[in-house]
Design a protein around this ligand. Structure first.
Ligand code: SF4
Ligand code: SF4
Ligand code: SF4
Length: 312
């Protein structure tokens, strides 16, 4: 029986829904898991049930699952407590692994963000920044691994339920778990001609495809639909219910381009540079992409995005 603690920081809650989305295999796993702390499911408070304790208290656990990046000082303290109490820490989801979508805010200083949130939007009555009973914001959004040691990272926005099963099963069986260092293109079944005469189309314009025939659909970049598959790590195609030859990356399965949620193929690469090269090589012009910095770093901004010069 493995004791599991779970915490969520700067999140949307989709990662927790992915845990529930495991479906029937979760029933096989549950007898081997003892959830000792999980705010989204259990009423277990950090400072005692009535706030009577002065020290934060997370029970000891074999596995600590963290979703979401670090956005405020409370997140940082709870992450440090999770590290102290859990033998193995899993960063679950792109927000925990790379900052995720909330880390797009790293393109602006906190003071500018607060000006927009609390004073400058048309629908807001201007007010001072709230401070009472609230933890201070950190200077930017951090990936969990930038603040504490992480033992295992499982990206995805949201993460793939069947991969969560694989991770938990590997841990229970004492086996290592690693995603392969391959790109989404490496496991994508579409047809490639490696050149296009087209220009980039507007995001969300529909691709041309034959329903159910991914091997008939032309590569989306070659159709002028920006697809981040060349610079994104494979893994989202993984399924417990079909064999490897039938597995298709999740967005491609919906005839949509990869948005890059699994992050870089390996540590130390720069997906933005790799993507500029990949789309140039098929004849598209990267300069046509508006807001390239945010587009290519949409899910991975924790250590990459920095405040831009003020535009307003
Ligand atoms: S990784 Fe995606 S699904 Fe998970 S918390 Fe972040 S935004 Fe939500
Ligand atoms: S660019 Fe996109 S559509 Fe083309 S092969 Fe790669 S993942 Fe598939
Ligand atoms: S295709 Fe890309 S964006 Fe879509 S789930 Fe897979 S890695 Fe994420």
């Amino acid at each position: 029986m493995a004791r599991v603690a779970e915490e969520w920081f700067a999140v949307c809650g989709g990662c927790e829904v992915s845990i529930l989305d495991i479906g029937e295999p979760l029933l096989d796993l549950l007898p081997q898991l003892d959830f000792v702390h999980m705010p989204v499911l259990m009423d277990h408070k950090l400072f005692g049930q009535t706030g009577e304790k002065s020290q934060m208290e997370i029970p000891e656990a074999d596995v600590g699952i963290i979703t979401g990046g670090i956005r405020n000082e409370e997140n940082r303290e709870v992450a440090e407590e999770m590290r102290k109490k859990c033998k193995t820490i899993i960063a679950l989801g792109s927000c925990a692994c790379f900052g995720g979508l909330p880390a797009l805010a790293n393109m602006y200083p906190v003071s500018e963000l607060c000006d927009v949130y609390y004073r400058e939007t048309a629908s807001t009555d201007p007010a001072d920044n709230p401070t009472e009973d609230l933890p201070a914001l950190t200077d930017r959004v951090y990936a969990v691994g930038e603040v504490i040691k992480v033992d295992l990272s499982l990206p995805g926005c949201p993460p793939v339920p069947d991969l969560i099963v694989e991770v938990l099963t590997s841990l229970l069986e004492g086996k290592p778990f690693n995603l392969p260092e391959r790109s989404v293109c490496d496991v994508c079944p579409v047809k490639r001609e490696k050149k296009t005469e087209l220009t980039l189309r507007r995001p969300l314009q529909s691709a041309e495809f034959t329903p159910g025939r991914y091997d008939n659909m032309r590569c989306l970049n070659e159709q002028g639909i920006l697809c981040l598959g060349p610079a994104t790590r494979a893994g989202c195609q993984y399924s417990l219910s079909v064999g490897a030859e039938e597995q298709v990356p999740r967005c491609i399965k919906a005839y949509m381009p990869c948005r890059g949620c699994f992050g870089p193929i390996r540590e130390g690469v720069n997906p933005m540079v790799d993507m500029m090269g990949a789309i140039s090589s098929v004849g598209l012009d990267p300069k046509e992409i508006e807001d390239r910095m945010a587009t290519f770093n949409r899910f991975i901004g924790s250590g990459r995005l920095r405040p831009l010069p003020k535009r307003r």
